[in-house]
Design a protein around this ligand. Structure first.
Ligand SMILES: Cc1cc2nc3c(=O)[nH]c(=O)nc-3n(C[C@H](O)[C@H](O)[C@H](O)COP(=O)(O)O)c2cc1C
Length: 162
């Protein structure tokens, strides 16, 4: 089972959160998790992944144009995979929820099966996906790890360890 975490990060915050999500996704030691920047996609690994998690900074209340460029133009075959999202922002109410919903819309159009864990797994809630203010305080960091773990568990439940 492979899982890809695809991110755009201008100043490093989102990359740090991507690494935390990857840490959580790999916790049981039996999932092969890779993080990759939109500027350096490992296409083979990504197409072979059962789940992808995409995330970027919030820019002007929306998701970054660099992520839009990748997700809006990629020709990789991602339909049927589990898809989850995350976003960082500089302050509460900065638009990360909206950025996540825009990412979700792209995943739906591309035919992925969207999963956030939401409130369905109890605390911590990740309504649309993981959110962090910059690279997150300790609670946000832990939420990012748990989010990754839950995405991996759902992927294994749906697709097996294959
Ligand atoms: C052009 C630009 C626009 C931004 N707009 C917002 C915004 O609307 N809301 C917000 O909370 N943060 C905003 N930020 C801050 C970033 O979302 C935040 O610092 C983020 O964690 C940066 O992630 P990165 O280090 O991965 O690039 C903006 C940053 C830039 C560079």
């Amino acid at each position: 089972m492979k899982i890809s975490i695809v991110y755009h990060s201008e100043t490093g915050n989102t990359k740090k959160v991507a690494d935390l999500i990857a840490e959580g996704a790999g916790l049981d030691g039996r999932v092969d998790v890779r993080t990759m920047s939109v500027d350096d996609i490992d296409e083979g690994f990504l197409e072979g992944s059962a789940a992808i998690v995409v995330g970027c900074p919030t820019h002007r209340g929306s998701f970054s144009w660099q992520m839009k460029k990748w997700i809006g133009t990629t020709r990789l075959k991602l339909a049927g995979k589990l898809g989850s999202v995350f976003a960082t922002e500089a302050y509460i109410g900065g638009g990360a929820d909206f950025a996540e919903l825009e990412l979700v819309a792209h995943l739906l159009v591309m035919g992925l099966l969207v999963y956030s864990a939401g409130a369905g797994r109890g605390q911590p809630f990740t309504h649309f996906g993981a959110v962090a203010i910059k690279d997150g305080d300790d609670a946000q960091k832990e939420r990012a790890r748990i989010f990754g773990q839950r995405v991996a568990e759902k992927a294994v439940e749906l697709f097996g360890r294959g």
